[in-house]
Design a protein around this ligand. Structure first.
Ligand code: NI
Length: 188
């Protein structure tokens, strides 16, 4: 397996809508395995294909039990859910139903050091295919639901700062652009 390079914003591929996967062959499954490897190596709990520069509708998720640290308000003792510590691959995922509301302090591998609260549904019902092209459905709650909405946004070309207030979105954009300028080496 190969650890791929994670693209950081403002790369254009992060704000480009991805296309459905139509070919489920060994090369595709190798790519999915590389995505899992990349996600793990980067310390992420979710990864969308455009974050590694590929415009196919694929995402990987693996949420370790004990990672539920950033929920707003009173943080209850975390309960072990069926989706903890499991490797998930969602190909061509579609949200068929949403319910409830929650706020979670999200981060993103494509936005190093940026963490902020985003409004999300607390439950989602998803229809997707696995890496072999087989259709499955899941009902996700809590952090799994948040993660799915964040990653499905990615393949739609929507980055999480676009889900924040206009003011915050602009502030973060400017901050990152400034940081980019600062890190440009001085001419010699
Ligand atoms: Ni992300």
């Amino acid at each position: 397996m190969t650890v791929l390079d994670v693209v950081v914003w403002p790369a254009k591929v992060l704000e480009t809508k991805a296309s459905d996967v139509t070919v489920f062959d060994d090369a595709f499954r190798k790519f999915v395995a590389d995505m899992h490897e990349t996600m793990k190596a980067s310390g992420g709990i979710g990864l969308a294909a455009n974050q590694v520069g590929d415009l196919r509708r694929v995402l990987t998720i693996e949420i370790p039990f004990g990672d539920n640290r950033y929920e707003e308000g009173e943080v209850e003792e975390e309960t072990r859910e069926w989706w903890h510590n499991k490797k998930f691959t969602f190909v061509n995922p579609v949200i068929t139903k949403k319910a409830g509301k929650m706020k979670y302090q999200e981060g993103c591998l494509s936005f190093p050091e940026i963490y902020d609260f985003v409004d999300r549904a607390s439950e989602v019902w998803i229809e997707a295919k696995d890496e072999f092209g087989k259709t499955f459905e899941i009902h996700a709650t809590g952090l799994m639901a948040v993660c799915l909405q964040h990653e499905i946004d990615h393949i739609d070309g929507i980055v999480f700062i676009n889900r924040m207030s206009r003011l915050k979105n602009n502030m973060i954009r400017k901050k990152i652009m400034r940081r980019g300028q600062l890190s440009t080496p001085e001419p010699v």
